[in-house]
Design a protein around this ligand. Structure first.
Ligand code: NAD
Length: 354
């Protein structure tokens, strides 16, 4: 029970279900647009073209070069394509990389966004944009970045490979983990993320057995929506900072990086706020939140060490220096020594907590 809170009442229209992709055109028109540019990564280009075909006259074309960590040079090319196409909106079909490109276009042109997420990364419900330039990732928040409409279609997640299913879910759990102790958390977000923790705990092991289990996919996508909403409502802290350091400055894959760091950042902050992280510990098997998350990660085959994704031990000093360069809110005070220790444990993949 929280005695004091602010609930900002932010609005993004959400259409959730199976077969909802068919409603994309209706949602573009609902926002008052006559032309929308469809965005995707090269990997999902065929799906984007199929979607553009189904949009008929509403489609202004396809831009299929979305790239992880939103490099500004890709955005500049995309903005040019957007202007030439005559579109006034974007339809972003894909994971966080595609959503990021749509947001970057919206920031520069005022385009409305219809986002159709196909991973659990959770960018779609947020006003956050991380962009990479000159080897460093910077993040900003602005109301123009927040998508107008999100269409969740469970069917599109059936093709998500098991590895990405697991790490993307860990990425979503990381949003929830930091929302549990966010200074601006509120009761609605807490209800959503508690529900999301049990949905992921039950859904992910079932998806490893059968990636096409539609009921488990529905649970996982619902949980992803809850976690994305949390990310869009409240401040993030140390965990997201460290994930951005390895993503932006070391060009490591986003979901894996989040997945690896999560037990260690949970263990680090749990020292300061054990009660606030108790729902995580309870959801994933009891004991400490850090230990429970590590055990869950281990049981679902999630990568456990920074070493496993090509980070060298020598990189840890540079990562520490970047991570402590700017001050930001975190429940436990941050200093270079303790961050370096956290990263050492994460590099080795040692189980944290008791
Ligand atoms: P991604 O979007 O890069 O997707 C990874 C790969 O999987 C891509 O090749 C993609 O085409 C493919 N893919 C996606 N969905 C698929 C599906 N259903 N079936 C088969 N293949 C599929 O990865 P991601 O982890 O979703 O997103 C990472 C990016 O999102 C990072 O740049 C990160 O910074 C950003 N992000 C931003 C926020 C925010 O609020 N700003 C939140 C979360 C993530």
């Amino acid at each position: 029970m929280m005695d004091n809170f602010v609930f900002p009442g932010l609005t993004t229209r959400v259409v959730f279900g199976s077969g909802t992709l068919a409603r994309a055109g209706e949602e573009v028109s609902r926002l008052g647009h006559e032309k929308a540019l469809v965005l995707s990564t090269p990997h999902q280009k065929a799906d984007a073209e199929k979607l553009a075909d189904s949009l008929g006259g509403l489609a202004a074309g396809v831009f299929a070069d979305a790239t992880m960590h939103t490099p500004v040079e890709v955005t500049e090319t995309a903005v040019e394509a957007f202007r030439v196409s005559g579109a006034t909106a974007v339809v972003s079909l894909g994971g966080g990389s595609t959503t990021g490109l749509g947001k970057a276009i919206a920031l520069r042109t005022g385009a409305d966004q219809v986002v159709i997420p196909t991973t659990y990364a959770g960018s779609e419900m947020t006003d956050i944009l991380g962009e990479t330039a000159n080897g460093e990732k910077t993040t900003r928040r602005s109301p123009v970045i927040r998508p107008e409409t999100v269409i969740y279609d469970v069917d599109l997640t059936l093709s998500l490979p098991v590895g990405l299913t697991v790490t993307s879910a860990m990425n979503a759990i990381a949003h929830a983990m930091e929302a549990f102790y966010a200074p601006d958390r509120n009761p609605v977000i807490l209800l959503m993320i508690k529900d999301a923790m049990s949905a992921f705990r039950d859904g992910i092991p079932r998806l490893i057995e059968d990636p096409h289990d539609r009921a488990a996919r529905t649970k996982a996508l619902y949980a992803a929506w809850c976690c994305s909403t949390a990310l869009g409502y409240v401040q993030m802290a140390l965990h997201h900072k460290l994930a951005h350091v390895f993503g932006g400055s070391f060009d490591r894959p986003h979901a894996e990086t989040h997945a690896i760091l999560l037990p260690y950042t949970a263990a680090f902050n749990e020292v300061a706020v054990p009660k606030l992280l108790a729902p995580i510990a309870e959801a994933f098997g009891g004991g400490s939140a850090g230990g429970a998350l590590w055990d869950f990660a281990n049981s679902v085959g999630s990568p456990l060490s920074l070493k496993a994704i090509g980070i060298s031990e020598a990189d840890l000093d540079r990562a520490t220096a970047i991570a402590v360069k700017n001050a930001y809110a975190n429940p436990r005070p941050i200093d270079p020594g303790s961050i370096r220790e956290l990263l050492q444990a994460a590099w080795e993949g040692r189980r944290p907590g008791g």
